[in-house]
Design a protein around this ligand. Structure first.
Ligand SMILES: *Cc1c(COP(=O)(O)O)cnc(C)c1O
Length: 385
C-alpha cells in the first residue's frame, strides 16, 4: 500500500559539499558535531544520520532522550551522541548505559547523575552547560565551583567530558555585544577550571553562525545545525562571508532537501466557476488545473493559499484557492500536456527553476527552521546521489 502522498529527497553530494565548506571555515582540528534535533531539522533522523556518517560525521547532538534513541537506532556503534536538552531523571541510567553524553545544566543534576552512574556501573559523560547570558538553561557562576569540586571528588563515576554554553542570537550582528559578553563569561568559567586543576575534555560553544563568522568561538568542537542543511543562519552571516571573501555572491552552501509529490487529477474549469472551498478563487478564463494529493495536514502551510507556487515540467504553477486538509489545486493552463502522475516539486529544483524554502517562509512568516522542523515525520525520506 502507498502510505504517503509526498516524499522528501536528501542530496548526499550537496551535504558533502556543505560539510567541506564548513570544515574549511573551522579548520581540521575541531570535532564537527551534527545537530539533528527536531528530526534533523525535518530532514529525517533515520535517513539523515547514516548519510552524514557516509560523509565522515560521527558526532550528533539532539534535544531529548527520545531523539537520542532515534539516532542510536540509525547510527554506527562508534558514533557519539550528546543530549543538549530534556533528559528525564528516569532516562539517565539508560543514557549512561548507552554511552550517551548529556548537558548538566544545574548543580542538582550532579548528584542525580552520580547515583545513575553508580547504578549503571558506568562512568557518566557529563557536559556542564554554563549560564553566560542567554538565561535559558545553564549552571550559574555561583554553583560552578561547587560543581567542579563535586566532579573532582567523583571522577571515577563522572567524566567531565564537556564545558559548553549556547549563544542567544549569534545570527545577528546587532547582538554582537551580547555574544562577546557571553564568550567573555565562558572564558571566566574556563579560568575557574584551570584554577581547580580540572579541565573539560571538550570545550564547545559555537553554533552555525558562530562557527562561520566568529573564528575565536571555535574550540574543540562545534555544534552545527542549520548550516549543514545548506541554509545561511541569517543574511548577516552570509554578508559577513561575502565581505570576508571579497565575492559578489556565493552559493557555497547547497540545500540538500527537496519535497515532491505527483499530479492526482487534471480538470478543465469554465470561466465564472469557483475552485475548491468557498469563493477564494474564481476562474476568469478557461483554465486547466492540477489537483495535488496533500494539504495542511501533510505539512503544506495553509498560508500559501492563493499565493504559493509549485513546479511542474520545470515551470511555476500558481496555487489557486485554499490549501485544504489533504488537497490543493494549481493552475497549469500555461503548461502543455500535464498528465496525471507527473512529478510536482513543492520545494527544490526542477529543470531550470527552483522553489526555495525562503519563498515559502517569506509568504508565511515562518522561520526556515520552523517550516522545516514541522514537516511531518511520517513523510518518507530517501537519499539521492
Ligand atoms: C540548535 C542548537 C545548536 C545548533 O544551532 P544552529 O544555529 O542551527 O547551528 C547548537 N547548540 C544548541 C545548544 C542548540 O540548541
Amino acid at each position: 500500500m502507498v502510505r504517503h502522498s509526498s516524499r522528501i529527497e536528501l542530496k548526499q553530494s550537496a551535504y558533502k559539499n556543505n560539510i567541506n565548506f564548513i570544515r574549511k571555515k573551522i579548520g581540521e582540528g575541531p570535532v564537527f558535531s551534527s545537530v539533528v534535533k527536531a528530526n534533523a531539522y525535518g530532514h529525517g533522523i533515520e535517513v539523515f544520520v547514516p548519510m552524514a556518517e557516509k560523509c565522515g560525521i560521527h558526532h550528533f547532538c539532539v534535544a531529548s532522550s527520545y531523539e537520542a534513541e532515534q539516532v542510536l537506532k540509525a547510527c554506527r556503534d562508534d558514533s557519539q551522541i550528546v543530549i543538549m536538552g530534556i533528559l528525564y531523571e528516569e532516562d539517565i541510567v539508560w543514557a549512561i548505559e548507552h554511552g550517551i553524553a548529556f548537558f548538566v545544566y544545574n548543580f542538582d543534576r550532579l548528584p542525580v547523575t552520580l547515583e545513575a552512574a553508580k547504578k549503571a556501573g558506568i562512568r557518566a559523560k557529563v557536559h556542564i552547560e554554563v549560564e553566560t547570558g542567554a538565561n535559558r538553561t545553564g549552571m550559574n557562576a555561583r554553583e560552578f565551583p561547587r560543581a567542579l569540586s563535586y566532579l573532582k571528588k567523583h571522577r571515577e563515576s563522572l567524566h567531565f567530558e564537556g564545558l559548553c554554553t549556547h549563544f542567544g542570537g549569534a545570527e545577528s550582528t546587532s547582538n554582537q555585544f551580547k555574544i562577546d559578553m557571553q564568550h567573555k563569561r565562558y572564558k571566566e568559567f574556563l579560568q575557574k577550571c584551570k584554577e581547580k586543576g580540572l579541565m573539560p575534555q571538550i570545550r564547545h560553544i559555537a553554533c552555525s553562525a558562530a562557527a562561520l563568522a566568529m573564528k575565536d568561538t571555535v574550540y574543540d568542537m562545534v555544534r552545527i545545525g542549520v548550516a549543514q542543511y545548506g541554509f545561511w543562519p541569517s543574511p548577516d552571516i552570509y554578508f559577513a562571508h561575502i565581505y570576508e571573501t571579497n565575492k559578489k555572491s556565493d552559493a557555497s552552501l547547497k540545500r540538500i532537501f527537496s519535497w515532491k509529490t505527483d499530479v492526482m487529477d487534471i480538470k478543465e474549469v469554465k470561466p465564472g466557476e469557483f475552485i475548491g472551498y468557498g469563493t477564494a478563487f474564481q476562474a476568469t478564463h478557461p483554465m486547466n488545473i492540477a489537483v495535488l494529493p496533500l494539504g495542511y495536514s501533510n505539512g503544506y502551510p495553509r498560508a500559501l493559499s492563493n499565493r504559493g507556487q509549485v513546479l511542474i515540467h520545470g515551470k511555476k504553477a500558481p496555487i489557486v484557492g485554499l490549501i485544504n486538509m489533504n488537497l490543493f489545486m494549481v493552475d497549469v493552463t500555461h503548461i502543455p500536456s500535464v498528465k496525471v502522475g507527473d512529478e510536482v516539486v513543492l520545494i527544490g529544483r526542477q529543470k531550470n527553476n527552483v522553489i526555495n524554502v525562503s519563498s515559502f517562509t517569506n509568504a508565511t512568516q515562518l522561520l526556515n527552521n520552523e517550516m522545516l522542523s514541522r514537516l511531518p515525520a511520517a513523510i518518507p525520506r530517501s537519499v539521492v546521489k
